[in-house]
Design a protein around this ligand. Sequence first.
Ligand SMILES: Nc1nc2c(ncn2[C@@H]2O[C@H](COP(=O)(O)OP(=O)(O)OP(=O)(O)O)[C@@H](O)[C@H]2O)c(=O)[nH]1
Ligand SMILES: [Mg+2]
Length: 378
Amino acid sequence: MSSDTKPVSALGRLFGRGKKQKPEQPEETPVVTNVNSANSSQPFEAEKEISASSESLIPETYAPETPAPETPASEKVGLFSRWRNGLGKTRANLGSAFGALLGGKRSIDDELIEEIETLLLVADVGINTTQSLIDTFKARVRKGVNPDQDLMDVFRHLLVETLTQHAKPLDFGESKPGVLMMVGVNGVGKTTSIGKLAKRFQSNGHSVVLAAGDTFRAAAVEQLQVWGERNSVPVIAQSTGADSASVIYDALESCKSRGADILIADTAGRLHNKSSLMEELSKIVRVIKKLDESAPHEILLVLDAATGQNALSQAREFCKSVPVTGLVLTKLDGTAKGGVVFSLVEQLNIPVKFVGLGEGIDDLTEFDPESFVSALFD
Ligand SMILES: Nc1nc2c(ncn2[C@@H]2O[C@H](COP(=O)(O)OP(=O)(O)OP(=O)(O)O)[C@@H](O)[C@H]2O)c(=O)[nH]1
Ligand SMILES: [Mg+2]
């Protein structure tokens, strides 16, 4: 299952960071918000308005009966220019210099290897991954470069291969609803990515419910509600300070009774080195499993690309608390450190499933190794 390819339209920034508050676990009745959510026997407004989109991201269980049409060529061009625009800073750092260094050449020497090494390190590819890429690159060049290729072709191919090895699309198995939980440190783009994903799922013909599991930060619930309104999807929420696990539990129950396809649960931003906060995440997973042993089907760890190699240590810590199934790498548009993608994939063996290329609702793209590498170098 691969990406859909809606053209971009940028929207502005949502909420600033608010002050945190301590959750106390009140036994509250969940508040269901948004226009179409009050009566569960009514279809969601969004379901009525779904238009046929391109290929589905969702497992076949959810595939609409009518097969999705081929992505029109104009949309493909739109998607590629979004990749190119989003990766502009990393390309300026990495791509252009590589072209000058490797284009038209067919043999390597120590000086060239040193220059490649420097470029990769500057783009935050990280020492280990840089070393492993260079070793493989050298071995391939020694074996001989095809007459119709230059070193740039060989290197590009190696990069695509590295990213493709661990690629894996979103997978909810046979379950309905599919449960997707977003986790990550503060301010990385969890809630924004949820809003963007809700739009994608709906465009592919799937009904979505959002769970306001960030009960910690003031205004976090309202922020999610704005995304809910924007997408016309119900948001199940309690007040700030409520128990996050119980909000998500209620949301899953509500989702089941509505027969909705996908539940996306927001969670509070947390520092990966705070063990009590990380334990809360494990608790959320345990509580969800009381309703559905197979859930959550996807736990997406959101990482801010601008944090570069620090994203790796965040990921390692989150993986100790919850079974992370994929990464969402946000804010690639604002950084020259896009090379971190290679080390995340190579070192962690966790697929990058989506990348954020801007703040707008359409600025989340399914990760595609070929497009990523092309946008870096072409
Ligand atoms: N440029 C850019 N900005 C982004 C992207 N994703 C999110 N943002 C911005 O990052 C800021 C934080 O986003 P949120 O979605 O609130 O982050 P969060 O992880 O939910 O934050 P907490 O709930 O406080 O932990 C917002 O201003 C977003 O618009 C992206 O891909 N590119
Ligand atoms: Mg948030």
